[in-house]
Design a protein around this ligand. Structure first.
Ligand code: MG
Length: 377
């Protein structure tokens, strides 16, 4: 394990420390015998996620994802959180650390004042959604551990109602697609990234290997509504469940035109971030893809599922490339979703946590672990 620098923020100010090589940054215990000061203590460290394969999308390609790992400690109990920053969302390790430095959780003595704490965090500065999510997730983990319950139980959800999750196949060569399809074998849904000229070829390769349902994410890559409609019609004959973000986010009217004609549901992703963005989308999209790094965490993501349902919209729970920390936190919400796309932890080679498992293709969180359901590896 690389030498890691992490920074702790306390009511006394900023404390920086460098850990010796090969010692896990935050230790393996969820309880600590010291530091019982009756306040929330925030600490964090940059952690670069290494991708198993180059991740190719219609508008970008990369082999790593910047990430910051977060802990909130309260009376010896530790909650884990994470900020993952795919470059297109505009956050970075620097911006997340700068934001976290500004956050003073030491002013709070009762972690159960979730509304008050998260409202404070949201008002520290605009934007910074992944940074805010890291605090939200760690706080949820902490509260669940104090209560001794996983969040699906606290929310009153039935874990067996979690949908099957999809495994993502990015835009790639035929050889690589065939290789990745071997990894996709346990899954009952394949998510195909599209938006380039060889879209149909990619689906044909997958269809030569398996007939499991696919879903398609064009990542705004189809600029022409007529082409998007032709693709949706073609895909509907290929056992495709839905099409995610077919057109650029600005093309709302064109997306509405497409939705009226498309045989497949049209799902919103890049076009929205926060809760107030959702009502206007009901006119143009059939559903939304909720991700913790957009929603600022679990608290607002839960509200999003309720709002989307009230607008008669479909709900998908997705993720970025993340460790099992944020992916398992998102999986606590999966029983509320029609579809899940929670494979971000499987796309990296340096996960820090054990958490979500895929059993018979279904999202499964550990039922015997409180909080978000993760354990340090
Ligand atoms: Mg997407």
């Amino acid at each position: 394990m690389n030498r890691r620098k992490f920074i702790g923020l306390t009511g006394m100010g900023i404390v920086a420390a460098t850990l010796p090589v090969s010692i896990p940054a935050f230790g393996n215990a969820t309880h600590r015998s010291n530091g019982r000061n009756g306040r929330l203590n925030l600490s964090y460290m940059p952690y670069e996620l290494q991708l198993k394969h180059s991740f190719n999308l219609a508008r970008s390609s990369r082999t790593t994802t910047p990430d910051v790992q977060v802990e909130i400690e309260y009376d010896g109990i530790i909650g884990y959180g994470e900020a993952s920053m795919p470059p297109y969302l505009g956050e970075s390790v620097e911006s997340v650390c700068r934001f976290l430095q500004k956050v003073d959780l030491g002013q709070f003595t009762d972690p159960f004042r979730l509304e008050e704490i998260l409202e404070y965090v949201d008002n520290v500065e605009d934007g910074n959604r992944a940074a805010k999510a890291s605090i939200d997730i760690a706080l949820h983990d902490l509260l669940g551990k104090i209560m001794g319950q996983p969040w699906y139980r606290i929310w009153g959800l039935s874990p067996e109602k979690s949908p099957c999750t999809s495994f993502t196949i990015g835009i790639d060569t035929e050889e690589m697609v065939r290789l990745k399809m071997q990894e996709a074998e346990p899954y009952k849904v394949i998510k195909v990234k599209m938006g380039l000229d060889n879209d149909k070829q990619l689906v044909e390769i997958i269809r030569s290997i398996t007939d499991v349902p696919i879903c398609v994410d064009a990542n705004q890559g189809w600029n022409d509504p007529q082409r998007a409609l032709e693709m949706a019609e073609w895909l509907s004959d290929k056992n495709c469940l839905f099409v995610e973000q077919p057109l650029p986010r600005e093309m709302l009217k064109e997306t509405g035109w497409l939705r009226e004609r498309s045989p497949l549901p049209i799902i919103a992703d890049e076009v929205f971030q926060r809760l107030p963005d959702i009502p206007r989308l009901a006119e143009y999209y059939d559903g939304i893809n909720i991700k913790l790094m957009k929603s600022t965490g679990m608290h607002e993501a839960y509200k999003m599922t309720v709002l989307a349902r009230s607008l008669n919209m479909k709900v998908m729970i997705g993720c970025m490339t993340e460790t099992s920390c944020a992916v398992t936190a998102a999986a606590q919400l999966a029983p509320l979703a029609d579809w899940a796309d929670l494979d971000g932890n499987l796309l990296i080679s340096n996960d820090r946590f054990d958490g979500i498992k895929i059993i018979n293709g279904q999202v499964t969180v550990p039922t015997d672990r409180p909080g978000i359901g993760v354990k340090l590896l």
